[in-house]
Design a protein. Structure first.
Length: 91
């Protein structure tokens, strides 16, 4: 996982709500030789999400959204991603 900037998660920690204009989030995982990646960057109108299986760009709304909702909670528990916003939400 690589991040830059301020990242805000949805309340269920399964998606990205916002990213600061200078930020990005890239998640890559290799399992049994199979590589998946998601790259999320800010745009003027919101957020751009790209999903890759190997080197092939796939439709984010079908498989990418599902994979992000599975892997993001795991990353939230084991990293400091969006920690400030999460702590504020708990209180």
């Amino acid at each position: 996982m690589e991040t830059r900037g301020k990242i805000e998660l949805t309340d269920d920690d399964k998606d990205i709500k916002s990213i600061s204009p200078d930020g990005y989030l890239e998640i890559t995982k290799v399992t049994l030789g199979s590589r998946r990646s998601i790259v999320i960057t800010p745009t003027e109108n919101g957020i751009k999400r790209e999903y890759y299986e190997g080197r092939e760009k796939m439709d984010f709304e079908k498989e990418g959204r599902k994979w992000l909702s599975e892997i993001l909670p795991e990353l939230v528990r084991s990293t400091t991603i969006a920690a400030e916003n999460r702590v504020n939400r708990f209180f």
